[in-house]
Design a binder for this molecule. Structure first.
Ligand SMILES: [Fe+2]
Ligand SMILES: [Fe+2]
Length: 155
């Protein structure tokens, strides 16, 4: 956590520190792999720590839990599952029981964009925001993105 605080600075560290422990651990894991792969670019370091921050909504405390992740993986391979997943991911607020149950699907689907917005609101540099927003995109020839995705894929 001390190292994350140093890498992120006070404002961005607040985003990181508020994340559920499993996401903090994942972010640190990706950061360590990026580091171990010989990357010494603070833009990639910050993006590594915060790339999945959009899976958590600090306003209402909702986040993508294991059950949602399993459901997403299953629906992506089942016949008609993608359409169903698309429908489940529409609820963009957590009010009521249905909202509470479905909102994490929305967070899961849109977490790259939401995480980028969160980082932007906390003063992240444009390159960091951009990297977070594209961390699931297939892009050729973007070295920073390739480093981040290579480290992310291993977990
Ligand atoms: Fe992600
Ligand atoms: Fe990730």
């Amino acid at each position: 956590m001390l190292e994350a605080r140093k890498v992120l600075g006070a404002d961005l560290f607040r985003v990181f520190a508020a994340m559920p422990e499993q996401y903090r651990r994942h972010g640190i894991g990706v950061y360590r792999r990026v580091h171990a792969n010989g990357c010494f670019d603070p833009v990639v370091w910050q993006a590594a720590l915060l790339h999945d921050s959009g899976k958590y909504d600090p306003v209402n405390g909702s986040y993508v839990m294991l059950g949602h992740r399993v459901a997403v993986v299953l629906l992506e391979v089942l016949p008609g599952g993608k359409r169903m997943l698309h429908r489940l991911s529409r609820r963009n607020h957590a009010s009521g029981l249905v909202g509470w149950a479905l909102y994490p699907f929305y967070l899961s689907r849109h977490h790259a964009r939401l995480g980028a917005k969160l980082a932007d609101e906390h003063g992240a540099a444009t390159d960091v925001v951009d990297l977070i927003s594209r961390h699931h995109n297939k892009v050729e020839g973007d070295e920073r993105l390739a480093i981040l995705q290579a480290a992310d894929d291993k977990e």
